[in-house]
Design a protein around this ligand. Structure first.
Ligand code: GLA
Length: 455
């Protein structure tokens, strides 16, 4: 599979830029699917994504000058997009190349500039705009290439083009080099790669996304999901044992574009709510809450509210009406709903991870359904297509749970389906979806793959 995508990528390179291939290398970064914990990452909560075996491939050759030349088989009509290291400003005419260019710019801003350009041919099997992080995938892929190609790892020589190389002399590395070593040999940690790529999305591409996607792509581990506490940036990898079930991704085929969607609006609403909460949650109140929480759950309450996910959903239900009196009714109800989602989704995410660790897929599935309902009713980011898919999935005997995944407003759902119910699931969901929306859905069985690497 990977082998043939590698060949296709090399073919695309030759077609676009010509041979020979002796100085062309091929790199890969996965896409991701989030199992649960949605719209929690920018609210200081937990997420539980995994990297996919689907991803983005790039064949790359360094140039002697400062030109950058890009070609993507996903956008053949755009042909070769020509630009340069002196043109690292986001512009619509640069299309998809704003993602790799954003990473080059952010790496430079963080003290890791490159001095010469490259040509890059990109191929991929992640459907774009489907909420499976094709953009984070190309961002992390670019960062990997910058570290690997410009770090001169192959020659075993010193990292030449990186100014901040505090990792000492890189080891001579051959063959399949895991992303971790490439990043480390270039003097940058994987956490920093995820942050720099997130910044490329936030600052260069105008989407105020959280860190989940870039983190999941960078830290991907085969057959594991990543339980990430986004406030502390601490994570654990958890084995995903499916016990006769498959993870099914269903595509609405309605493209979502986060910058166009209400994503940034949701972030602003959460910030407004948080500023009120911070004012209301005095240190005295937090101390008494902590005492109650310790008594009831054996867990102390945070002493500072870092994000809406630090709130307990029972507290939101009890106090929010009173705390948000200063807002007109409509606004007040909206803010309370957003908070309720953030708090409850964070709780569901932690419970779901516990259930998976205990091998209880049934509970995991129930929590997925509840997550969708909360995203639909409280956070209002689903829309008719995602709702049609999830609701059809819930009707299938053998489907343990189904929910929208990613930013929402189109894109995909993720479902857990018993292997012997797969065909029935696809038939029923496809039919219901067609009847309700007039659209065709696509189905993929998700393989959980490892992180970025050189092929
Ligand atoms: C998008 C963003 C992520 C996250 C999800 C929602 O995928 O890029 O940071 O906020 O939406 O969970």
């Amino acid at each position: 599979m990977e082998r043939s995508m590698k060949d296709q990528t090399l073919d695309a390179f030759v077609k676009a830029f010509g041979g020979p291939l002796y100085d062309v290398s091929v790199w890969f970064a996965p896409g991701r699917v989030n199992l649960i914990g949605e719209h929690t990452d920018y609210n200081g909560g937990h997420v539980f994504p995994c990297a996919l075996t689907m991803g983005t491939y790039a064949a790359v050759r360094r140039r002697e000058d400062r030109r950058l030349r890009f070609y993507s088989t996903g956008f053949p009509e755009e042909g070769i997009i020509e630009t340069s290291l002196d043109e690292l400003v986001p512009e619509e005419r640069f299309g998809w190349t704003n993602y790799p260019k954003g990473v080059i710019k952010m790496m430079a801003d963080h003290g890791h500039p490159i001095e010469t350009g490259f040509e890059m041919a990109v191929c991929g099997d992640i459907p774009s705009g489907a909420g499976l992080s094709s953009s984070a995938s190309i961002e992390v892929l670019t960062a990997l290439i910058l570290c690997g190609l410009y770090g001169d790892l192959e020659s075993g020589g010193p990292v030449r083009l990186f100014r901040n190389n505090d990792a000492g002399n890189p080891k001579r590395l051959r063959g399949e080099i895991p992303g971790k070593e490439i990043f480390f040999a270039a003097g940058i940690s994987r956490e920093d790669i995820a942050r720099i790529c997130q910044e490329a999305e936030n600052v260069y591409n105008g989407c105020s996304c959280g860190i989940m996607d870039q983190f999941a792509v960078t830290f991907g581990k085969k057959d594991h999901a990543i339980f990430l506490d986004t406030a502390a940036l601490e994570y654990e990898t958890v084995p995903v044992r499916m016990d006769g079930h498959a993870i099914v991704i269903t595509n609405t085929n309605v493209k979502h574009k986060l910058t166009d969607s209400k994503y940034n609006e949701r972030r602003r609403e959460c910030e407004t709510a948080l500023s009120v909460i911070r004012r209301r949650c005095t240190p005295e109140l937090l101390m008494s809450l902590s005492a109650v929480n310790t008594l009831l759950y054996g867990e102390s309450y945070p002493t500072v509210i870092r994000g809406l996910c630090d709130l307990d959903s029972a507290l939101v239900d009890a106090m929010a009406e009173k705390w948000f009196q200063e807002f007109p009714e409509e606004e007040r109800l909206k803010l309370i709903k957003r908070m309720r989602h953030a708090a409850s989704e964070n709780e569901r995410c932690k419970q779901a991870v516990r259930a998976l660790r205990e091998g209880n897929l049934t509970v995991f599935g129930i929590l997925m359904n509840a997550s969708h309902i909360s995203l639909r009713d409280d956070y209002e980011v689903t829309g008719p297509e995602l709702d049609a898919l999830a609701e059809a999935a819930w009707e299938v005997d053998g489907c343990l749970g189904s929910r929208m995944t990613g930013g929402g407003f189109g894109g995909c759902t993720v479902s857990i389906v018993r292997n012997d119910a797969l065909e029935r699931f696809k038939e029923h969901v496809a039919r219901e979806y067609r009847d309700k929306t007039g659209l065709e859905a696509d189905f993929y069985i998700a393989g959980i793959g490892s992180g970025p690497r050189k092929l």
